[in-house]
Write a protein that binds this ligand. Structure first.
Ligand code: 8Y4
Length: 276
């Protein structure tokens, strides 16, 4: 399976790792250490060296309870990093944003993918991607980051998330974004209880069956905290275990903070999946 990703054709015949590069000063996983483009670039080089296939640059914190960021502030954070990464590295660069203006500017700066936790639902977002060759990751979220973890409810979480994503894939096709550049993502932790997250991971094959690449973002998330009692900086083993399980259940792209460890987990899980 090949994903059209701007100038790149990303080979997904084997699952790959997307490295997370936060450029938010308040990012709770990196404690604001990555405020400067230079620091982001150093970390990006390291991720590329240890086997990341794609890098995801995000300037808007979407953690539960996070405040919203203005367009100007997000552009100031993200654009210098996207420009530097595209200039120096061979890998496709993804921009994590829901804002059409940020999408357009990042794509103009060379971004090869838009990773949108709001699945291109903002007015103008479909058009911002349609007029390019960029790929898009359509993610499911119930509610908005500030309040999404307050009593999320589903009748059948796998069926509802699947139906939402199918409708967004269709909206993309209607807007001129062909399936060869679409990735789907159930959105672990985005308006989901532990039980919802487990149901989605167990049911991930349902999503992969449609033939589109499935992205899973589980790295350091609160479901690991709920299952192990561990704080964010102690969640590496849990994250790696979930990455392997997601691959076993059909995921093609694993979004992760700890790239080297996740690349190994993805390789062993892919070997087992291939054998099955
Ligand atoms: C510790 C560190 C605990 C980070 C939680 C978190 C996804 C995503 C995020 C995802 C896609 C996060 C931008 C949330 N998660 N994009 N983005 N899929 N496509 N939380 O699962 O990493 S941010």
């Amino acid at each position: 399976m090949l994903l059209t990703c701007g100038q790149h054709a990303l080979d997904l015949s084997e699952p790959v790792v997307m490295g997370v590069l936060n450029v938010t000063p308040d990012s709770f996983s990196d404690g604001g250490e990555l405020a400067s483009p230079e620091a982001a670039l150093r970390q990006a080089r390291r991720m590329a060296e240890v086997g990341a296939a794609i890098l995801d640059v995000g300037g808007e914190s979407t953690r539960p309870g996070a405040r919203e960021v203005g367009t100007g502030e997000e552009l100031d954070r993200v654009l210098p990093v996207v420009e530097a990464l595209v200039a120096e590295l061979e890998l496709p660069v993804s921009v994590d944003t829901s804002k059409p203006e940020v999408m357009r500017e990042a794509i103009a700066a060379g971004a090869a993918m838009v990773n949108d936790v709001r699945a291109l639902q903002a007015p103008g977002a479909l058009a911002a991607v349609a007029g390019s060759q960029a790929a898009v990751c359509l993610m499911h979220m119930q509610g908005e980051p500030r309040t999404m973890q307050v009593d999320p409810r589903y009748r059948d979480v796998v069926a509802e998330v699947h139906a939402f994503l199918a409708a967004r894939v269709e909206a993309c096709e209607t807007a001129g974004i062909g399936r060869e550049r679409v990735v789907v993502d159930p959105g672990f932790g985005f308006g989901k209880t532990l039980e919802h997250n487990l149901a989605l991971l167990a049911g991930l094959r349902e999503f992969a069956r449609d033939g589109l690449p499935v992205l899973a973002g589980l790295s350091r998330k609160s479901m690991i905290g709920a299952l192990t009692g561990r704080c964010v900086r102690e969640r590496l083993a849990g994250s790696v275990a979930l990455a392997a399980l997601a691959v076993a259940n059909g995921a093609s792209i694993i979004r992760a903070h700890d790239v080297a460890e996740t690349v190994d987990a993805v390789k062993v899980a892919a070997a087992v999946r291939r054998y099955r």
